[in-house]
Ligand binder design. Structure first.
Ligand code: SF4
Length: 346
C-alpha cells in the first residue's frame, strides 16, 4: 500500500509510464548572488543545482578547487542557445542509455530560470522546447523572479506540453531562518508568487530543507502548516547537506551547526508527511549531492536506500501522508474533496 504519494506514482497515474527529466543549465544567474561564483544563500555552492549527466561537465578536483565548464554571464546569445541544445542532446542520450527512456520532460534546473528580461526568456524557452518533444516543461526559480509578465509567458507554454511546472524554493516557513540562510526573500513572498502562478494555471512544486540551523519540531510543524495553506501540487524534501566552498561549511566547521543522521531525517520526514494532504506529490525525500562536493553528512545512505528506509519506517509506525489530517490510507495519492476544501484547495 502506498504510504506517501511518490513522484513515480504520480507519473504512473498521470502518464501510465515513467517520464525522465532532462535537466539544463541555461546560463541563468540568481538575483541573490553577486555573481555565479559568490554571494547568495549560505548553503549554495557554485553550481546552483545541476543534474547527474551535467556532472561530467564538472572538472575533477584540481588542487582542491572544483571548476565547472559554465558560461559567464553576458555570454553571446547564440553560444548560449548552442549550449542549451548540446545539454539537451546529452541529457536525452543519458536517460535513454541508462533507463531506456523515450519520453522526457525539460527541466530548467540551475540557478533562477526566470531571471532575465521577458524577450530573452521567450527566446531561450522557445529554443529549448524546440529541441525535441517534451512531456512537461519544468522551471526552477525564486519567488522574487516571478512577475505577472513571467506568469503570462509561462502560460503560453501550457499549450505545447502536458503541464508547465514551476519549482520555488521556500526551504522553511520561518522568516528568521530564511534571514539566517540569506535567502533574500520572506515566506510571504513565496505565498504571493504561488498565488500568481496558481492563477496562471501553473503547477507548483515547493522545495523544503529539513534540519536547518536553529530549527526543531516547532518550526517543522509551522512549515507543514504553511504548505497546507499554499497547497502546492508537489513538494521536494531535502536533508540539510553542506557543500564545499559554502559559508555554511565555515559555520559547520566552527561547530555551530550539525547535519541530521539518516534516522533523524526519516523521523522528521515522517512527521512532515503526516501533516501534508495525501494528494500532494512528494517528488523527493532526500538530497543526492555528488560525494566529491558533499562535506556533510559524509555517512548517509544512497538515495535508493534512504527511500527504502523511509518506507519501512512509515510501515513500522503505521504512518502515512495526511494521517494527522484524517486522510484515509487507501486514498493516499487521490483527492479527498472535503479535505481538499478544508485545506484550501479548489
Ligand atoms: S536562490 Fe538558489 S541559486 Fe540563488 S543563491 Fe540561493 S540556492 Fe543559490
Amino acid at each position: 500500500m502506498m504510504r506517501y504519494y511518490s513522484y513515480k506514482s504520480y507519473l504512473k497515474h498521470t502518464y501510465g509510464r515513467p517520464i525522465y527529466r532532462v535537466g539544463v543549465d541555461a546560463g541563468f544567474s540568481c538575483p541573490n548572488r553577486t555573481s555565479r561564483t559568490s554571494g547568495g544563500c549560505i548553503y549554495c555552492d557554485d553550481f546552483g543545482g545541476t543534474a547527474a549527466y551535467q556532472r561530467s561537465r564538472e572538472a575533477v578536483h584540481a588542487g582542491g578547487a572544483l571548476q565547472l565548464e559554465i558560461k559567464a554571464e553576458n555570454t553571446p546569445a547564440s553560444f548560449r542557445l548552442h549550449e542549451v541544445s548540446s545539454q539537451i542532446s546529452a541529457g536525452r542520450a543519458f536517460v535513454q542509455r541508462r533507463y531506456g527512456a523515450e519520453d522526457v520532460s525539460l527541466y530548467l534546473q540551475s540557478y533562477s530560470s526566470t531571471h532575465a528580461p521577458i524577450e530573452e526568456l521567450r527566446a531561450l524557452y522557445d529554443h529549448a522546447l524546440g529541441c525535441g518533444k517534451f512531456t512537461e516543461f519544468i522551471v526552477s526559480t525564486r519567488p522574487d523572479c516571478i512577475t505577472p509578465a513571467v506568469c503570462t509567458l509561462l502560460k503560453e507554454y501550457r499549450f505545447r506540453v502536458s503541464d508547465v511546472w514551476v519549482e520555488l524554493g521556500l526551504q522553511s516557513a520561518n522568516d528568521q531562518t530564511l534571514k539566517y540562510l540569506n535567502r533574500g526573500h520572506t515566506s510571504a513572498q513565496v505565498r504571493d508568487a504561488s498565488m500568481m502562478l496558481r492563477e496562471a494555471g501553473m503547477k507548483l512544486c515547493i522545495h523544503l530543507i529539513l534540519g536547518l540551523p536553529g530549527e526543531g519540531l516547532k518550526e517543522l510543524d509551522e512549515t507543514a502548516e504553511f504548505i497546507r495553506e499554499l497547497y502546492p501540487e508537489a513538494v521536494k524534501i531535502h536533508n540539510l547537506h553542506i557543500c564545499s566552498g559554502t559559508e555554511l561549511l565555515d559555520i559547520y566547521r566552527c561547530g555551530e551547526t550539525v547535519t541530521a543522521s539518516v534516522h533523524r531525517h526519516i523521523m522528521q520526514t515522517q512527521r512532515l508527511l503526516k501533516q501534508l494532504p495525501g494528494d500532494i506529490v512528494i517528488q523527493r525525500v532526500v538530497c543526492d549531492t555528488p560525494s566529491h562536493r558533499l562535506c556533510a553528512p559524509r555517512y548517509f545512505p544512497s538515495k535508493g536506500r534512504a527511500v527504502k528506509m523511509l518506507s519501512e519506517h512509515l510501515e513500522s509506525q503505521n504512518s502515512w501522508q495526511g494521517k494527522d489530517l484524517g486522510w484515509p490510507l487507501e486514498q493516499v495519492g487521490m483527492p479527498v474533496p472535503h479535505l481538499r476544501r478544508l485545506y484550501g484547495a479548489v
